[in-house]
Design a protein around this ligand. Structure first.
Ligand SMILES: NC(=O)c1ccc[n+]([C@@H]2O[C@H](COP(=O)([O-])OP(=O)(O)OC[C@H]3O[C@@H](n4cnc5c(N)ncnc54)[C@H](O)[C@@H]3O)[C@@H](O)[C@H]2O)c1
Length: 320
């Protein structure tokens, strides 16, 4: 059994680490891997790292042929997620949608049983409309995504579910909250970097800036665990699962978590940068019932524990 992880960044690195801990030697494929950052999260001697672009089907064919891939986790991301897709819609649409189609086709042709892809809880929060209240005779029966990134995630889920329906694959989409966690390379989304920078600033005695919106998060180690559960769950079949902390963390809670991890930290809650995509007003956390019942997933980290763990990682890195 060999797992292919496409995208070796903030979350893919943690997934690889879990699989290695379980005794696997996963194959990580990335268009522009960052081995230094990756090596801080997972022992590079216990993974196979290959260069490859998910937008080039023959790269996938080559990896399948050489490494005997039996399961796929698709984690490639357009730079800066929502913000990046607003700045360069075509690139994000091409990567997220056609990259996923390439993965699903490769799985279909090679008889791979299960594919797990990263979706996002932007589909729970960046949506509007739905005045038709689910009545399929109305044009606006269902809410629609309000950003390019969310539109691509909706397409990825929908295509995967149809590959499962028509082509005999098992398909899981994991909808992460905003992900924070250990990672020293480029990547992640806007919020991922905001939390790390806030802690780094607090540790060096500078002002730690926290966005003035509540957000639903997930710690990268929990995101990875939820993903591995989706890969391995006997009950999966096919489906979409919320993988988040399950609640909206307020700016005050995030600020308190930073002060608890870095005593004496100077924290300022500020409005998001002008011109950025407005963060949605998140009123309620995502429902984790399905993730718990089907995948056996419940998050280990709330924001306070997540910030404590990340702070500890940043401190130990600095001490090296
Ligand atoms: N970070 C978050 O806050 C967050 C939240 C919700 C969902 N997600 C989703 O989770 C997944 C992983 O996100 P992440 O934060 O680990 O991202 P990341 O940017 O840290 O890692 C993504 C990796 O994909 C690689 N990549 C990009 N284009 C590629 C291509 N064409 N072929 C091969 N590799 C390619 C990049 O080089 C990078 O190493 C993405 O699908 C993302 O949309 C992330």
């Amino acid at each position: 059994m060999t797992t292919l992880i496409i995208g070796a960044g903030l979350i893919g690195s943690q997934i690889a680490n879990i699989l290695v801990t379980q005794g696997e030697k996963p194959v990580l494929m990335d268009r522009s891997a960052q081995p230094e950052a990756l090596g801080e999260i997972v022992d590079l001697s216990r993974v196979v790292l290959v260069s490859g672009d998910v937008l080039r089907p023959f790269h996938l064919a080559d990896v399948f042929r050489r490494h005997g891939i039996t399961r796929i986790i698709h984690m490639a991301a357009n730079p800066l997620l929502t913000l990046g897709a607003q700045a360069d819609p075509f690139a994000a649409i091409e990567l997220n949608i056609m990259g996923t189609v390439n993965v699903l086709e490769a799985a279909r042709i090679n008889g791979i049983k299960r594919v797990v892809v990263a979706s996002s809880n932007v589909l729970n929060h960046f949506i509007a409309g739905g005045q038709g209240k689910g009545d399929p005779t109305k044009e606006e029966a269902y809410p629609r995504p309000t950003t390019f990134y969310a539109s691509t995630k909706q397409a990825m889920e929908s295509l995967g579910l149809n590959y499962a329906r028509w082509c005999g694959l098992e398909f899981g989409a994991v909808r992460y909250g905003a992900v924070a966690g250990p990672w020293s390379g480029r990547g992640g989304g806007g919020p991922s970097n905001v939390v790390r920078e806030a802690i780094e600033n607090a540790l060096r005695g500078a002002e730690a800036l926290v966005p003035a919106n509540g957000l639903e998060w997930v710690y990268s180690k929990d995101a990875a665990m939820g993903t591995v559960r989706a890969l391995e769950s006997e009950k999966l079949g096919t489906g979409v699962f919320n993988i988040t902390m399950g609640y909206v963390c307020t700016p005050d809670e995030l600020a308190d978590a930073i002060r608890a991890a870095v005593p004496g930290a100077k924290v300022r809650i500020e409005m998001p940068v002008q011109g950025a995509v407005a963060l949605p007003q998140m009123l309620a956390g995502s429902d984790l019932t399905l993730a718990r019942d089907v995948l056996g997933f419940t998050p280990t980290y709330r924001m306070r524990e997540a910030v404590a763990d990340l702070t500890q990682w940043i401190r130990s890195r600095a001490a090296r």
